[in-house]
Write a protein that binds this ligand. Sequence first.
Ligand code: AHR
Length: 501
Amino acid sequence: MAKYVINAENKKSKINKEIYGHFSEHLGRCIYEGLYVGENSDIPNTNGMRNDVVEALKEMKIPVLRWPGGCFADEYHWKDGIGPKENRKKMINTHWGGVVEDNSFGTHEFFELCRQLGCKAYINGNVGSGTVQEMSEWVEYMTFEGVSPMADQRKENGHEEAWTVDYFGVGNENWGCGGNMTPEYYGNLYRRYQTYVRDYNQDKKIFKIACGPNVDDYEWTEGVMKTCFRHCPENMHGFMDGLSLHYYTHPEGWQIKGSATDFDDKVWYKTLAKTLYMETLLNRHGAIMDKYDPEKQVGLIVDEWGTWFTVEPGTNPGFLYQQNTMRDALVAGINLNLFNRHSDRVKMANIAQLVNVLQSVILTDGPEMIKTPTYHVFKMYSAHQDATLVDSYIETEKIGLEEEYMVPNLSESASVDADGKLQITIVNLSATESYPVETRLIGFSGEKVSAEILCEEMHAKNTFEDPNAVEVKPFDGVEKVHGGLKFTIPACSVLHITVEK
Ligand code: AHR
């Protein structure tokens, strides 16, 4: 019997709803086909955005969307994507798949998508191949209310009011596809570029994000923090509000990656062990940030995470299209529990990517759309959005098949939401074993308990032929006992329990 203690009296950090954020790049069929089909499409749409996809994402409570990249961001010149569509430049997306980019989805379309989704906007600017002037004018175009060349142009292009840019990334992966820079060089560029990301509206200040490390590149974190943080320690807000981190789960390493659907038990545990490495990264990058910023003014922004497998057979290798199984659901559940538990430092996270690319929540095929197992995890976990993390501890045992890839059998996090309800999410990492759990609740007495579960065998997936093979089901196995709860969590599952007074 695993002992599980939740102390609701010990309130911790706020779980920003942006931890449940997403990422959409001009890559493969994410933007074009996945989100945007154009006004003249036969696929039902509103101003070009697919109605079915928008509806599903709203149900999942998407809080924030990052755009236009990714590596694409540092090749993107925003002026190519405004004005009459017939005049927009056509070009080859050399980074992703060598297909024609007609720029029909640009700044106006992105904000229209965010409006329909009711989510915040996270724009990623171009440092790698763009100028300071270009970045500065983009911010002016998007956010300036008054009279100015850029604001006037926005109005001429049909949008009178300024938009709100909630988050702005100053470059992406500038250690790699964004310019192959050193941390000090990038740090200096960050200082310069961010100066011109102006807050035209003092009530809607832009949260500025510096490019952070790839995986375990601690030197990068050190170099950027040293170059940027010390510069402005008294008034960090508006100088550097966040530092990004990118970490993908590749079971077989970066080169081979491995199949999304065809894997054995060994690869199952290897994938989960590699996912749990996220905790080491949060701790170690967090410790470097703490050295400069003990008050945690700068958020760690995990704006690319998730599984990255070999593409589906027969698809363009540059499109990064992969299927999604229960294994992805567990990867999502584990990572989201970690982000919740580290929400004192992690202020936003954006899974890669929203539709048809990498660990998507939605896959489309022409007019058809399916929700992946990962979608269901995001929807269940949305209960934690903007809730307060509470102290919790679960007894675990090591499971697995190879010494190097042993994992704890259970992962969890708990929060109290705005209505005073206790929200618990637990993942059972075992492919085969269920575990009884005895939960002691301290400082929380609830009468009403409800639960829902995602639980299928590890290869289970949704397909266009069988779209609901994996779906959330009610779970009536949670028993209210004196001082707590008792339940048995089935193998290979993600469980969400709500306790209310
Ligand atoms: O998400 C796919 C790519 O992965 C992004 O474009 C890049 O930032 C990262 O390397």
